[in-house]
Design a protein around this ligand. Structure first.
Ligand code: TXA
Ligand code: MG
Length: 332
């Protein structure tokens, strides 16, 4: 469960400590199956404001409320649509976030940025679920990275990004999925996918059984949908597999420090090129993506040549993040 040599006993003690810190208005990083979150009691304005401050996140970007179970849906929302019931029943706990009509007063206004909607998710991670149960109320949590940067998939990433600015980092080992949840806006007349993630568009179409709009961009204030996002300091360039060797050679000749991330990195790369990873499939690509982008920065690389995975399954979400990282052009 934790990959933590200290064992389950201490982990339970950690969960209890994290829960009491949250209940007392603290800010705690915790694992989910997607990425690590930076949590605060969703009913506590002061605690939620601290999350925005620690992340450096603009206050008009709303935060997902994490719940221990789908039974809490009606505590936080009203006029719950059939599509929401179906998606919650079939996909929770799991990597899908549902934007629904907010039950007024159920969370601090800072969580939703004053909107009439709220984003809800039940994460599929034993440590997260135990924590949420122990807290006994919704936990508002964005990804535990500084705004605009790559999401953390290990407790070490969180510490590197946020250090002493948080009260506690609950270590649940590396996350299993590696990219953020799929977000479906169910508050509009027709559901719309705002962000791709672990639950595919095909699954959502099949479950909802009616047309679903995909990726309305620019229309919604959602930072994960900004084009320039998820960027390492190195410049990310998306290339076709057959172009990698030639592009890498040209860049190395200019004195550029180059890394490559692809499912099958080609032979014949110049010696100086760092192969950041060769995941075997899209699932592994998703799992290692953010760690490899961080590694590129640690190694001081200038450019990362990435080849997108096949678009099936979580491959679509990986390609989405790669495209956004490339649009960032490097956020030094
Ligand atoms: O997998 C995940 O979703 C992770 C883990 C920690 O649960 N969380 C995460 O949170 O990625 P964050 O804040 O980095 O991204 C949440 C996205 C943002 O783009 C935010 O704008 C959007 O959800 N969002 C939150 N509330 C919303 C709302 N009421 N309407 C539309 N979008 C909303
Ligand atoms: Mg984020």
């Amino acid at each position: 469960m934790t990959g933590d040599p200290r064992g389950a006993e201490l982990c339970r003690a950690d969960i209890a400590e994290a829960a009491s810190l949250l209940r007392a208005g603290g800010v705690v990083a915790f694992p989910t199956e997607t990425v690590y979150g930076l949590g605060a009691d969703a009913t506590n304005s002061r605690a939620v404001r601290r999350v925005y401050a620690v992340k450096g996140r603009p206050p008009d970007h709303p935060i997902i409320v994490h719940l221990a179970s789908a039974a809490e849906l009606d505590t936080y929302s009203v006029d719950v649509a059939d599509a929401v019931r179906v998606l919650a029943r079939e996909c929770w706990p799991g990597p899908i976030t549902l934007v629904v009509k907010l039950r007024p007063g159920s969370v601090a206004p800072e969580v939703t940025g004053g909107r009439a909607t709220v984003a809800l998710r039940v994460p599929a991670h034993p440590v997260a679920l135990a924590l949420l149960e122990a807290v006994g109320r919704g936990v508002a949590a964005p990804s535990a990275n500084r705004f605009g940067r790559v999401s953390p998939t290990t407790a070490a990433h969180v510490r590197a990004d946020l250090g002493d600015a948080v009260d506690f980092v609950l270590d649940g080992g590396p996350t299993a999925i590696g990219v953020e949840s799929t977000i479906v806006d169910c508050s509009r007349p027709r559901p719309a996918i705002l962000r791709l993630g672990g639950v595919t568009a095909a699954t959502i179409h099949a479950l909802v059984g009616e047309p679903v709009d995909e990726l309305i961009r620019g229309e919604v204030a959602a930072p994960g949908t900004l084009e320039r996002h998820y960027s390492p300091a190195a410049r990310v360039v998306v290339v076709e597999a057959h172009d990698v060797a030639a592009r890498a050679t040209a860049l190395v000749e200019q004195g550029t420090r180059v890394g490559v991330l692809a499912i099958s990195p080609p032979n014949g790369l110049p010696d100086d090129v760092e192969v950041l990873g060769s995941p075997v499939d899209a699932d592994e690509y998703a799992r290692v993506l953010y760690a490899r982008l961080r590694e590129a920065d640690e190694r001081g690389l200038d450019v990362i040549l990435v080849v997108a995975p096949p678009p099936a399954g979580i491959g679509a979400a990986v390609t989405d993040r790669l495209t956004r990282a490339a649009a960032g052009g490097g956020l030094a």
